[in-house]
Design a protein around this ligand. Structure first.
Ligand code: SAM
Ligand code: SF4
Length: 467
């Protein structure tokens, strides 16, 4: 296989990770408190500091870790949570990932690649729920030639209309591409390009990816380099937790981010933290070899929040509502809602026999929005940064000095108010308006004025209002 950009993930330094984990050793309360104090400066943490936090066990230190994460989350993100819907366009796949129902030789799954009309229909149903952001997902085998199918699919999603409403940002979760194909993807105006390395532990990676292009660890690990060379500067990383030790994996992911920061001046925009869920025809997914307990999972989210404070953390509907709620406080900034992981799932409902994995949260968008409000969060449908070109380094340059808050807060309020007007029933509208009023009351004068100006426009029935 020909590589166009750094073919080997030489930034992955397994020995450094092992040394950091061994030196962190047992829980050291003094050292942990010193790291937590440093984390409050919002400058992120070094690998050795993160390894020290991974040793936290004692209940009072767990509480301190969580309290620090809550404080950092509140300071940077306030109470807003961004919402999106995944849109699975195809479950055809050339790979043999042992944990996934879509793997090539799995005969228990119903195969399907949606037509462009089918994709438009799915999009309209997602729009009827009130969503404005979609994460388009596909297996690694496209009908027709090359990636034209996914490029056309992106166009079909943007072109779909439900009344006046349309999708305002399409993020994608797709297999690695060449620089040339990444450039074509960028032309389609994608938001974030997401790709999960699944495991940074080479022996584990080789053991669970049995056939197909995905067997090539370095081709996948160098995908973001190629994406960035092609001008895609919002990238989303992730891991499949349960394949190998979560501590090793998380430190490796932080090395990956550090590599992108050193080379391109910007790391990743988001991190996804999927835990392996049961999948039809997968033995491995039923019994993950390194299952991450709920307690470790909460610590992991809190640690990521402190390690990379300005990077969004995404929680999907793989998780059940109760754990989703807890992670929102500790660091998660984006969640999916009302999801289906079977192609055609919005038109035909959830079907495990063609889905990628089992869902843990089956609630509709309206139910998730209601629940967020009841727990003091403001649901956000904002797509402002991407629409105004505030991506990659430009976004981080605003985020790190704390300036992005003045945009995100008002935009969350205006997009939530638009949702309430267009999609909510009377009771939800009343509760939502009360949540908006309470949030406005706590805002600093400048952002509050901006939010009120945007709100006035929404109340005059203007749509898509943002700053
Ligand atoms: N096929 C492409 C790929 O693998 O990169 C893109 C999308 S794949 C459908 C999306 C992600 O689903 C994978 O990267 C993997 O982390 C996750 N996944 C696969 N099987 C899963 C399972 N059993 N439980 C939870 N997540 C799973
Ligand atoms: Fe295919 Fe992605 Fe599933 Fe692997 S994880 S089998 S590449 S869809």
């Amino acid at each position: 296989m020909m590589y166009e950009a750094d073919s080997k993930a030489i930034w992955l330094d397994e020995a450094h990770i092992e040394t950091a984990l061994t030196s962190a050793g047992q829980e050291d309360a003094g050292r942990i408190r010193e790291v937590l104090a440093r984390a409050r400066d919002l400058q992120g943490l070094r690998l050795e500091d993160v390894a020290a936090l991974m040793a936290v066990r004692a209940p009072e230190l767990v509480q301190e870790l969580h309290a620090t994460a809550r404080q950092v989350k509140e300071e940077i993100y306030g109470n807003r949570i961004v919402l999106f819907a995944p849109l699975y366009i195809s479950n055809l796949c050339a790979n043999e990932c042992l944990y996934c129902a879509f793997r090539k030789t799995n005969t228990e799954v119903n195969r399907r690649a949606l037509s462009m009309d089918g994709i438009a229909e799915e999009t309209r149903i997602i729009l009827r729920q009130g969503h404005k952001r979609v994460l388009m997902v596909a297996g690694e085998s496209y009908p027709g030639s090359g990636i034209d199918y996914v490029l056309d699919a992106i166009d079909a999603i943007y072109a779909a209309r439900e009344g006046e409403a349309s999708i305002r940002r399409v993020n994608v979760n797709l297999a690695p591409l060449t620089v040339q194909d990444f450039a074509r993807l960028k032309e389609r105006n994608i938001g974030t390009f997401q790709l999960f390395q699944e495991s940074y532990h080479r022996p584990t990676y080789a053991a669970v990816h049995r056939a197909g292009p995905k067997r090539d660890f370095d081709w996948r690990a160098s995908a973001f380099d190629r994406a960035m060379l092609a001008g895609i500067d919002d990238v989303g990383m992730g891991l499949l937790y349960g394949l190998y030790d979560w501590r090793f994996e998380t430190l490796a992911l932080l090395q990956h981010i550090a590599h992108l920061e050193a080379r391109f001046g910007v790391g990743c925009h988001t991190i996804s933290v999927p835990r392996m869920e049961p999948a039809i025809g997968s033995e491995l997914a039923t019994r993950p070899p390194h299952a991450v307990s709920d307690a470790d999972f909460l610590n992991l989210v809190a640690i990521l929040r402190l390690a990379v404070p300005y990077t969004g953390i995404i929680m999907s509907t793989r998780e059940e509502p109760a754990i989703r709620r807890q992670t929102l406080e500790l660091g998660v900034s984006q969640i999916s809602a009302g999801s289906r992981t079977n192609p055609g799932g919005y038109s035909e409902d959830e079907r495990f026999e063609s889905a990628q994995f089992q869902l843990g949260d089956h609630r509709s968008l309206a139910e998730v929005v209601r629940d967020l409000g009841q727990h003091g969060f403001i649901p956000s449908f904002c797509t402002g940064c991407y629409r105004l070109g505030r991506t990659g380094k430009d976004f981080m340059d605003l985020a790190k000095p704390g300036l992005i808050k003045a945009k995100c807060g008002p935009n969350a309020i205006s997009t939530f108010a638009e949702y309430l007007q267009d999609y909510a029933d009377a009771a939800d509208r009343e509760a939502g308006e009360a949540a908006i009023a309470a949030t406005l009351a706590c805002m600093e004068a400048g952002p509050r004025r901006v939010a009120e100006r945007l709100l006035d426009k929404v109340r005059q029935r203007q749509h898509d209002v943002f700053c």
